[in-house]
Design a protein around this ligand. Structure first.
Ligand SMILES: Nc1nc2c(CCNCC3CCCCC3)c3[nH]c(NCCc4ccccc4)nc3cc2c(=O)[nH]1
Ligand SMILES: [Zn+2]
Length: 390
């Protein structure tokens, strides 16, 4: 089940404030969804995710199907009990993950044939198989099986004819996904995924066909696939606001903090990206005044926290009082620099908490600004602050 309520719209942009009611709870939008790859957000305890305000996380259909295998997840009644997360979960269809595998796959009308990266087994993923897997996982939001149209292949840009062919297959797979989802009597929500490459008229054809199929929500796929930033922004400006205003819009795999704020202004409600956790593990930290590379020698003896305005456990400790508000319970840049240099486990754990908190706090700031009718000012201040430099 899914209910989407529009609570406020920004007069100067396509930004909107909403509320998503799902089987495992209510989600305030716009929202960033932390990505759990093997059934966990790497190095972060579920309780920490709850403490920092995560309302919905992503599960990984493809990986969980490989390992531990559906029989184990099924024995728990689905993903929630298995990974001890009782709030909503969104699962992707697995198509993108197979596509990311690169060579070891063959795409046909029927589905995708590929080799398991875990044990080399010959596997097959079709719209029907993907729906069966996601039904077993019992995720609150299920994604259709689609083909993520590449931006380029072996250095050659995808042509309009290729993008059309790919979009039309995804459209046929949307219908098959929907039919199987309904045949299985899945009580959750199935989203259609808009494709069409970098061609606005193909995006229009794709979204029109999906809207006619009447999904409870829609995703925009086929971006953040190596295209130049201005190409992604062009599609982000074209497609989201053309989707039904009364249904949630999910921009897949996006993005940087700037992309999230720009995406909200373009009418996007939901985002997911591995960036906060992946960057955390390689020592790139997001802060209000720009990005910070904690391994840089200039942090070696710096007593300040990563971000003096941050209330996360890494910056402000258990009390959660920011450095600027007099808090001194957090960890210093010197200590985090040291942990990273020593390769200590606590390093990526603390930096992941900080980066996830940064993303979730940014979305909370956007929701508060939309509630207050000050989104334009928020957008401008956010960009000015980030340009200041750390
Ligand atoms: N169906 C589908 N999924 C897509 C995804 C996966 C979204 N995240 C799922 C999530 C499930 C749990 C495990 C992790 C993934 C995308 N991710 C990106 N870019 C990420 C590009 C990126 C950005 C920063 C760092 C690395 C990669 N473009 C995407 C396009 C599509 C698409 O058309 N169709
Ligand atoms: Zn912090």
């Amino acid at each position: 089940m899914l209910q989407f309520d529009l609570l406020a719209t920004d007069p100067a942009s396509h930004a909107r404030r909403g509320r998503l009611t799902l089987n495992h709870g209510v989600v305030q939008t716009p929202i960033f969804m932390p990505v759990g790859t093997y059934g966990t957000v790497k190095g972060v305890m579920p309780q920490s995710l709850r403490d920092m305000g995560a309302q919905i996380i992503l599960g990984n259909t493809f990986h969980l199907w490989m390992r531990p295998g559906l029989d184990v997840v099924q024995s728990f009644g689905g993903l929630h009990a298995f990974e001890q997360w009782d709030k909503p979960i969104l699962t992707d269809s697995g198509g993108f993950q197979v596509w990311s595998l690169g060579a070891m796959r063959k795409i046909t009308e029927e589905g995708v044939y590929f080799q398991s990266p875990v044990n080399g087994d010959k596997l097959f993923m079709s719209p029907e198989v993907s729906m069966q897997i996601q039904t077993t996982l019992n995720s609150d939001i299920v994604m259709q099986l689609d083909e993520c149209t590449p931006y380029e292949t072996q250095g050659r840009l995808t042509t309009e004819a290729e993008a059309r062919k790919s979009m039309e297959m995804s459209r046929r797979w949307a219908l098959r996904s929907k039919a199987e989802f309904e045949r299985l009597g899945n009580p959750n929500a199935l989203f259609g995924i808009v494709q069409g490459g970098m061609f606005e008229h193909l995006r229009q054809e794709s979204l029109q066909a999906l809207v006619e199929m009447d999904f409870p929500g829609y995703a925009i796929g086929g971006v953040s696939v190596g295209e130049p930033k201005d190409e992604m922004l062009r599609i982000m400006a074209h497609t989201p606001h053309r989707l039904p205003a009364t249904k949630p819009r999910y921009l897949m795999g996006v993005g940087t903090p700037e992309d999230l704020v720009d995406g909200v202004a373009c009418g996007v409600d939901m985002f997911d990206c591995v960036m906060p956790t992946r960057n955390a593990r390689n020592g790139t930290l997001f802060t209000r005044y720009g990005d910070l590379k904690i391994r840089n020698a200039r942090h070696r003896a710096d007593h300040q926290p990563l971000d003096a305005t941050c209330t996360c456990h890494a910056c402000a400790g258990p009390q959660g009082i920011a450095w600027n508000d007099g808090g001194r319970g957090g960890f210093s840049r010197a200590y985090l620099h040291h942990l990273e240099r020593c390769g200590e486990m606590l390093g990526p754990m603390l930096t992941s908490i900080h980066n996830l908190h940064y993303y979730l706090n940014l979305m909370q700031g956007i929701r508060d600004a939309l509630d207050a009718g000050t989104f334009s000012q928020f957008h401008a201040q956010f960009k000015a602050d980030r340009a200041r430099g750390v």
